[in-house]
Write a protein that binds this ligand. Structure first.
Ligand SMILES: Cc1cc2nc3c(=O)[nH]c(=O)nc-3n(C[C@H](O)[C@H](O)[C@H](O)COP(=O)(O)OP(=O)(O)OC[C@H]3O[C@@H](n4cnc5c(N)ncnc54)[C@H](O)[C@@H]3O)c2cc1C
Length: 345
């Protein structure tokens, strides 16, 4: 897909929002999903980076990018990309999405924890929830280096004022001298959850987007307080590549059949190739991004046979129960498999 840059909005000294137009394609997405862009490096090799959508579906499509020190592509997107440029990318994807509206009611509360650019998908989700006005309470806990680094500060403050009975924000700034306002410690997470959730734990969802250790700390506190994994949704921006990958229980060759938009293609796959690697080797183009079982771009539905994944940090138990698998870390085992490629929404 081709995304035309319609405008560039400077959010902070190192963050821009790019407003995009998908030109000839109709883009469908849910709040919290991301777009994977395809770049070409100096040697002509393809490289992919994902950026969460910060808009909601009835707003102009936008992504919000923070420049990473020494980063290859965030630097280009923040400093070089201009109106009229065209970016190549995939359709929106990802599992960091709100529960289906049929599962949300006026008893539900949502507590969002964001750090730095982790606000991008969460900003979209907060706007979507406020628009629906279906929930009891929405809380944002947002950590940044300093106040000048806060992305969407004015917009968030306006939402907190427009929806004061529904939405409130806790800001944390690392440069604050009062340590209780500087760092989100486990005791502060516990205090916030106790205060904001009260007796409504069963009806509360937690959404986390920030560095790995930050999300781990919040998860440990929440689990200790009795939240179950299904209530805690996470999006991780930094891909962690496992140094050693586990060997599947069956390493014999099997036939993989892909069904996409009514078309069908088959090939024989053999360990050590994952489903995605063997697809590439056989010239079959499948969607993918992180190649580390983390982002969900490559997800497919297994309609026949069995897939074993050496890593999965994105699919929940219910999604796996519905046949969802990741091609980037998945292998066919115990026989041939048939996969359907298509969006989660
Ligand atoms: C699902 C998903 C959604 C994402 N959404 C957003 C988004 O909305 N906005 C956004 O700005 N970024 C987002 N990212 C991160 C983005 O894809 C890139 O990883 C990031 O912009 C760095 O790319 P780069 O080419 O500039 O750096 P690279 O050249 O890839 O990396 C440079 C170095 O920085 C490290 N690094 C990469 N990302 C980060 C980070 N976020 N913080 C600290 N160190 C990092 C790398 O490990 C590496 O050591 C998302 C990532 C994923 C997987």
């Amino acid at each position: 897909m081709q995304y035309l840059v319609k405008s560039v909005i400077k959010e902070t000294h190192d963050v821009v929002t790019l407003v995009l137009d998908a030109q000839n394609d109709t883009i469908e997405y849910e709040a919290g999903q991301f777009i994977t862009f395809i770049f070409s490096n100096r040697n002509g090799k393809e490289e992919r980076r994902s950026y969460s959508i910060s808009s909601i579906p009835d707003e102009p499509l936008s992504i919000t990018v923070k420049r990473v020190a020494n980063g290859s592509y965030s630097r280009i997107l923040v400093e070089k990309v201009k109106v009229g440029d065209v970016l190549t990318g995939l359709a929106p994807a990802g599992f960091f999405i709100l529960p289906h509206t049929s599962r949300i009611n006026s008893k539900n509360s949502f507590i969002f924890f964001a750090a730095g650019s982790g606000i991008s998908p969460i900003y979209s989700q907060i706007k979507a929830l406020l628009k629906s006005q279906m929930t009891e309470r929405i809380v944002l806990v947002y950590s940044n280096q300093s106040k000048k680094d806060v992305i969407f500060y004015e917009q968030l403050m306006k939402l907190a004022s427009d929806y004061s009975s529904l939405f409130s924000i806790y800001f944390f700034f690392s440069d604050e001298s009062d340590y209780r306002k500087a760092r989100l410690s486990s005791s502060i997470v516990s205090e916030i959850l106790t205060k904001e959730v009260g007796n409504n734990k069963m009806n509360t969802w937690l959404y986390l987007c920030g560095p790995f250790q930050y999300m781990l700390m919040i998860t440990i506190v929440a689990r200790g307080m009795g939240f179950v994994n299904e209530q805690i949704k996470k999006e991780q921006f930094v891909i962690e590549y496992p140094s050693v990958t586990k060997v599947p229980p069956d390493v014999t060759a099997h036939t993989i059949t892909i069904i996409e938009k009514g078309k069908q293609v088959s090939w024989i796959s053999k360990y050590p190739d994952t489903i995605l690697q063997s697809a590439k080797r056989n010239g079959v183009q499948l969607p993918f991004s992180c190649e580390a079982g983390q982002c969900g771009t490559c997800s497919a539905t297994c309609v026949k046979g069995k897939v074993w994944m050496y890593k999965n940090e994105v699919l929940m138990e219910d999604e796996i129960g519905n046949g969802r698998i990741l091609t980037c870390t998945g292998y066919p085992i115990d026989g041939d498999i048939e996969l359907k490629i298509g969006s989660v929404t």
